[in-house]
Write a protein that binds this ligand. Structure first.
Ligand code: SF4
Length: 141
């Protein structure tokens, strides 16, 4: 078993609801594909020189939001069998709602959508500014 220090910076706090195949409300995959999403986002962080920066990811298989994606820095919410709504900018302490950034994106598109936003976080973020705080301050539509 790995210690918390050995977990990736996204993996450490990532959370998903059970969704398919155990939840009858599920519209899309969640828990089963969370490790894949975590890996891809951590790869984007590493490629952008943000290795080790914390990023809070939460994912659910439907809008019921059992893993609380609506207050996550990055919230991925199943909308159809193959698409998700992407929420960004929640507060790390659960004190700020995330904003709906893009609707009905494919699972594979999420890391690509995040990439330029992460680069701007790297280049324009304040010292130790959390991604959710940066998104709310600079990027929120
Ligand atoms: S968010 Fe939806 S899919 Fe996930 S456990 Fe809750 S009801 Fe089921």
């Amino acid at each position: 078993m790995r210690t918390v220090e050995e977990l990736g910076s996204v993996e450490r706090s990532a959370l998903a609801c059970p969704a398919l195949p155990t939840c009858g409300q599920a519209l899309a995959e969640s828990e089963r594909r969370l490790p894949e999403m975590v890996g891809q986002i951590e790869d984007k962080l590493s490629a952008g020189g943000l290795n080790g920066r914390r990023l809070q990811l939460r994912m659910t298989g439907c809008p019921n939001g059992c893993a609380r994606p609506g207050v996550a820095e990055v919230g991925i919410v199943g909308k159809t069998k193959s698409t998700y709504d992407l929420f960004l900018g929640g507060g790390l302490r659960g004190d700020r709602l995330a904003t709906l950034y893009k609707e009905k994106v494919k699972f594979e598109e999420v890391p690509e959508i995040l990439e330029p936003l992460l680069e701007r976080w790297r280049d324009e973020g304040l010292e130790d500014e959390a991604f959710g705080d940066f998104f709310t301050r600079v990027l929120q539509p």
